[in-house]
Design a binder for this molecule. Structure first.
Ligand SMILES: NC(=O)c1ccc[n+]([C@@H]2O[C@H](COP(=O)([O-])OP(=O)(O)OC[C@H]3O[C@@H](n4cnc5c(N)ncnc54)[C@H](OP(=O)(O)O)[C@@H]3O)[C@@H](O)[C@H]2O)c1
Length: 288
């Protein structure tokens, strides 16, 4: 396994070694993830800084912009270092109002995979997550047809590894009856703990859990317990939230988003914060 001095060390997704501290590119698009960034060069600088700092896992989707973040990633980083792994997702489009309508029929999924390949400038995608549910969260229903379509594209050599996102535990289990998955990407953070059991079950199987909105997403985490632990440790609440996630389970990989190199550096440094058992227990109560 490759060595890294980044907080949390590394994790293996299938045959791909990534730093547990990754980067989520969604915030690089314009407001509400629509259109280009206000500061194009600033967005390129964040991506380059992430790689220079040693991050080897970038999370993206062609729906961001749409097509904006993938093109920024290509412009900033192509040809990609061998160690860098870009994880994308398919299964949702954008509408004129900025909504995220599902697009999980076989034709839409095939088109999305080809568009990701084109916009990222790749011959094969390292890891594709099938995004399920809707903006309200996971919704029940069979994943067989949609996941089967991605398995077909994997067999054609266009995708190396598969995962699911915004999924119920039942959908995770159903996908696993069709083909192996290497990760689940669901909403989870200090205050939003619906997936506690799923995280532990995936850890026992050696499958990564990648929380989206690790810092609370569009409404950053706010809690008096978080602020008081952060004050006691002379750290920022964001650092404490990330350090808590890294300690929560070894299969948790971080993809915090930011459009700022200052926040990126701050988050990376802060995630290495060491939490005592008492700190961890106090933080643990927030979402319970
Ligand atoms: N699978 C899915 O359905 C799904 C859904 C949503 C997101 N995602 C993925 O998950 C990633 C993470 O989610 P996210 O970016 O939406 O939310 P997040 O990581 O929870 O939070 C990002 C927000 O926190 C702010 N922030 C970051 N560091 C900060 C700091 N040190 N101090 C103050 N504010 C800070 C950012 O603002 P600044 O830009 O000002 O730093 C941004 O507004 C996304 O990038 C995307 O790749 C996946």
């Amino acid at each position: 396994m490759a060595s890294t001095s980044l907080p949390g060390g590394t994790w293996t997704l299938g045959d791909l070694t990534v730093t547990r501290f990754g980067y989520g590119a969604m915030q690089l698009a314009g407001p509400w993830v629509m259109g280009p960034p206000a500061d194009h060069d600033g967005a390129l600088a964040v991506l380059r800084e992430a790689v220079e700092l040693g991050i080897t896992h970038i999370d993206t989707a062609d729906a961001y912009g749409p097509h904006v973040t993938n093109r920024l990633i290509r412009e900033a980083l192509h040809p990609y270092p061998e160690s860098l792994h870009i994880v994308t997702k398919v299964g949702a489009n954008r509408d004129a109002q900025g909504g995220w309508p599902p697009a999980r029929d076989p034709e839409s999924l095939r088109r999305a995979v080809h568009e990701n390949l084109e916009h990222l400038g790749l011959d094969a995608l390292d890891l594709v997550n099938l995004r399920l549910g809707n903006a309200e969260g996971p919704q029940p229903g069979s994943v067989a047809e949609a996941f089967g379509t991605l398995v077909e594209l994997q067999r054609q050599g266009l995708i190396r590894h598969l995962g699911v996102s915004n999924a119920t535990p039942e959908q995770v289990a159903e996908a696993q009856t069709i083909a192996p998955i290497v990760c689940v990407q669901n909403m989870y953070n200090l205050a939003h703990r619906h997936d506690d059991e799923l995280i532990d079950a995936l850890a026992a199987q050696g499958i990564a859990y990648v929380p989206f909105f690790p810092l609370g997403g569009f409404s950053p985490l706010q809690s008096s317990a978080l602020s008081s632990v952060a004050a006691r440790l002379a750290a920022t609440p964001m650092s404490v939230a990330l350090a808590w996630l890294l300690r929560r389970s070894p299969n948790i990989l971080l993809i915090p988003g930011t459009s700022s190199t200052t926040h990126l550096r701050e988050n990376l440094a802060g995630a290495g914060l060491s939490l005592s058992d008492d700190d961890h227990a106090e933080l643990d109560k927030i979402g319970r």
